[in-house]
Design a protein around this ligand. Structure first.
Ligand code: DSN
Length: 411
């Protein structure tokens, strides 16, 4: 930082403290990751201030030569990475991307079938607290209570009964693969559009580590800062037949000027994701998630669905007499960052919860592997079962600090 400390020392100090926090803690939040510094350079670049309403070649402001080249480059890379007909990179966030998809082909009051938030869905998939539920009529499918996986027969039965105009597949805390072909068949049976929200798993899909939805869905939305290891922002991929409607819904429908600085970061993110080293990183991410699952099981915790196919696990804490809120606080006190999370059929209140969601992207990006995962599980278990013992918590903090020093985020 050259100018910020002079212009605004208070903000400069917060940036410095946040850098230190990131280096000195283990980030196990499944929705986060550590982006390369080139992403921050693009995000903080001179592209931050240009007004550029419209799309490359059709702008409503002059001076867009470089903006056009940037958006076209980013767009080409996104389509190449995911094998999509059409991409719109202008959504400011994942929620904006989902809203734009709804409004592009539906009318207010139309019916949408999506996964329940409390079973792993997302707020913007029609949770009663989300604006989405005020515009459209949502019905939700849940998970099979025994397997804790999607019951496709149940989804089909609900679709036949509810006759939705759109079906959403995708989740924020579902550790298993989704059968997109089955979801496509169900949507097609009731003549509904299929939207897949792959925000959490986009990196694994880009790397080919798990199957992707693009061939099966009318629309695919995602964010770039989770497994994909980029900066903030949303993306919509769609079939060519929907391209014009999506373009118009984003601009002029829902947004003005795109954040060109975020578009620059998206371009960098997609370039990096096309490189072989990214595939290796995503493979390790999934392997580390599997190792987390096995580690917690060995320590006597129940893992929702018995394991994982992706980057996250859901740990049921009830066998230890713990709740998610207590575990989250105890872990943060020793430098381990997770979030409390409801488990399917959770008897606890949503702000208390019976579980934690644990993700592997952050520790994997630091270069950690199975040995470190095993140490982390040990540290977490010790902290969670000794929440009142200051000496033991101090000991765990030292273990966390030691691991963080050995695996710097930004060496
Ligand atoms: N969807 C939120 C989560 O999964 O934590 C983050 O965007």
């Amino acid at each position: 930082m050259q100018y910020l400390p002079q212009h605004d020392p208070a903000v400069a100090e917060l940036v410095r403290l946040e850098e230190a926090r990131i280096e000195d803690t283990l980030d196990l939040i499944a929705a986060e990751n550590h982006a390369p510094r080139s992403i921050f350079e693009a995000q903080g670049s001179i592209f931050s201030t240009k007004a550029a309403e419209g799309y490359p070649g059709h702008r409503f402001h002059a001076g867009c030569r470089n903006a056009d080249a940037l958006e076209s480059l980013a767009n080409e890379r996104a389509r190449q990475l995911f094998g999509a007909d059409h991409a719109n990179l202008q959504p400011h966030s994942g929620v904006s991307a989902n809203l734009a998809v709804y409004f592009s082909v539906l009318n207010p009051g139309d019916r949408i079938l999506s996964m329940k938030l409390s079973h792993g869905g997302h707020l913007s998939h029609g949770d009663p607290s989300s604006i989405t539920s005020k515009c459209f009529n949502f019905q939700h499918y849940g998970l099979d209570p025994k397997t804790e996986r999607i019951d496709y027969d149940q989804v089909r039965a609900q679709a036949l009964d509810y006759k939705p105009q759109m079906i959403i597949a995708g989740a924020s805390s579902y550790p298993r693969l989704i059968d997109y072909e089955k979801m496509e068949q169900i949507a097609s049976r009731v003549s509904a559009y299929l939207l897949v929200d792959m925000a959490h798993i986009a990196g694994l899909v880009a790397a080919g580590v798990i199957p992707g939805p693009v061939a099966h869905a009318d629309f695919v939305t995602f964010t770039t800062y989770k497994t994909l290891q980029g900066g903030r922002g949303g993306v919509i991929l769609c079939r060519q037949e929907h391209a014009k409607k999506i373009s118009r819904t984003i601009f002029p429908g829902a947004q003005g000027t795109p954040s060109l600085n975020l578009l620059a970061a998206k371009a960098v993110c997609f370039k990096l994701a096309l490189e072989p080293v990214f595939k290796a990183l995503q493979t390790k991410t999934r392997d580390n998630a599997c190792a987390l699952s096995a580690g917690f099981e060995q320590k006597g915790y129940r893992i929702v669905t018995g394991g994982t196919d992706n980057h996250l696990i859901l740990v049921d804490l009830r066998s230890k007499g713990l709740t998610g809120d207590v575990a989250e606080k105890a872990l943060e006190s020793v430098g381990i960052i997770v979030n409390r999370n409801v488990i399917p059929g959770d008897p606890a209140r949503p702000d208390v919860t019976s579980g934690i969601r644990v993700g592997a992207p952050g520790i994997t990006s630091r270069g950690m592997g199975p040995d470190e995962v095993s140490q982390i599980v040990g540290l977490m278990d010790t902290a969670m079962i000794n929440t009142e013992n200051g000496d033991i918590l101090d000991q765990v903090s030292r273990g966390v600090a030691d691991l963080c020093r050995k695996f710097p985020v930004y060496p």
